[in-house]
Design a protein around this ligand. Structure first.
Ligand code: HEC
Ligand code: HEC
Length: 352
């Protein structure tokens, strides 16, 4: 008897709370969810490679410098193309001998907010260390490090730019070093930030910024469809690795480095969803051509196997719910806003 009364009271309380949760404009109260999605106020720079204007400017020049490739045929922007959200449209990146690489070129948008581990399978530790592989890999820029340093050291403009960006004296040799090339490139890449999207205006209180389908999609994303379990926060990634049931048996992903872990087998890094609608194809291997194919994969629950994430399961979405999820992802588009990477660089770290 006693617990029945308590149970009844609890049910009544729930009804009252449920009623309160509907705001006066007829929409659910999403205040708590919105708090997770606010854009950051500053770009994070690490203590061991802080922001410095001349270094960022030098990094920008190097990012577009063909002399960093042995045959002068490639730059970082050959694959990370600014006008294509710092990726390309190839399912897998192109080698310089006509072949393809194992992975699709990831976007560099919001790379400053990725902590520590980079690459689809997490092969890189720290943004500064990433450049070493594309610069030196045969099939890519194919550049021996000593030759790279030698080339830049014979160019007076570069010698002056390195001396300005790195005022500390060097123990031996000139101001150009491989480590400094990597530090300058990383500083520039941290300026690659996606601009405000309709979704951000909605989060900030403009109730008309999103259409009803996108709003329903947001609720699905955070609710029934469970997408926010991994695509979390304003950059829509947890920076972690999961098997969402895409990869073929041969593609080990993070599991390559952790052969004894079931959970990391076929696990790839959660990509950001900023500007996602306009940069197909999708997934680490570019195997899905459209967002509709991506949503269908999640609806099926991908490949059911022991490594598959516990957050992935068949969703049984209706056609309207699938369309709503896509409408939501479309609302993450910044309409080509040119962020700090495109702007003149001043003495203070630019705002994201
Ligand atoms: C052939 C095309 C190509 C070129 C040229 C290229 N990249 Fe990449 N980049 C890729 C691919 C493919 C990956 C994914 C590699 C992996 O996960 O193993 C990648 C990954 C990255 C990442 C990690 C992104 C993340 O989300 O973890 C960064 C940072 C990066 N590249 C920066 C650069 C820089 C700097 C240069 C120039 C020095 C460069 N890239 C040149 C294709 C390219
Ligand atoms: C268990 C974590 C997890 C969940 C839950 C999840 N994702 Fe993903 N998502 C990932 C990972 C990891 C990848 C990359 C997988 C790969 O390349 O093999 C990815 C890739 C994507 C991509 C492709 C992005 C690109 O640039 O290639 C889209 C779009 C996407 N997810 C949307 C969604 C939606 C919509 C949902 C909910 C229905 C969802 N995700 C649920 C982890 C997750």
């Amino acid at each position: 008897m006693a617990w029945k009364i308590v149970g009844g009271a609890a049910a009544l309380l729930l009804i009252v709370l449920g009623g309160l949760a509907v705001a006066t404009n007829g929409e659910p109260d999403r205040t708590a969810a919105f708090a997770e999605y606010r854009r950051p106020l500053a770009i994070p720079f690490p203590d061991d490679n802080p922001f410095q204007a001349a270094k960022a400017e030098l990094g920008r020049t190097l990012f577009f410098e063909p002399a960093l490739s042995r045959d002068g045929d490639r730059t970082c922007a050959t694959c990370h193309i600014p006008g294509k959200d710092w990726t390309d449209s190839n399912p897998r990146a192109l080698r310089n001998d006509g072949g393809v690489m194992d992975f699709r070129t990831p976007t560099l948008l919001n790379i400053a907010w990725i902590e520590t581990i980079f690459g689809w399978d997490g092969k890189f530790r720290g943004l500064e260390t990433v450049a070493r592989l594309p610069l030196t890999a045969s099939g890519n820029m194919n550049m021996p490090p000593e030759e790279m340093v030698r080339r830049l050291s014979t160019d007076p403009n570069y010698v002056a730019a390195f001396a300005k960006a790195f005022p500390e004296p060097v123990a031996e040799g000139g101001p150009v070093t491989q480590e400094r090339i990597e530090q300058a490139l990383a500083t520039f890449q941290r300026l690659i930030v996606s601009g405000p999207a309709p979704f951000d205006r909605w989060v900030e209180g403009d109730v008309h910024a999103l259409n009803p389908a996108a709003k329903r999609g947001f609720d699905l994303f955070n609710g029934k469809a469970n997408c926010a379990a991994c695509h979390s926060g304003w950059n829509f990634t947890d920076g972690s690795f999961h098997d969402v049931g895409v990869a073929g048996e041969g593609a080990l992903g993070r599991g390559k480095f952790f052969p004894n872990s079931t959970a990391l087998r076929h696990a790839f890094k959660t990509p950001t969803l900023r500007n996602v609608a306009r940069r197909p194809p999708y997934m680490h291997d570019g195997s899905l051509a459209t967002l509709a194919e991506v949503v269908d994969l999640y609806d099926r629950g991908g490949i059911d196997r022991p490594s598959r994430s516990r957050d992935i399961r068949p969703l049984h979405l209706s056609a309207r719910e699938k369309a709503d999820l896509i409408a939501f992802m479309e609302s993450l588009d910044d309409n080509g806003a040119e962020g700090p990477a495109y702007q003149p660089i001043g003495p203070e770290p630019p705002r994201p």
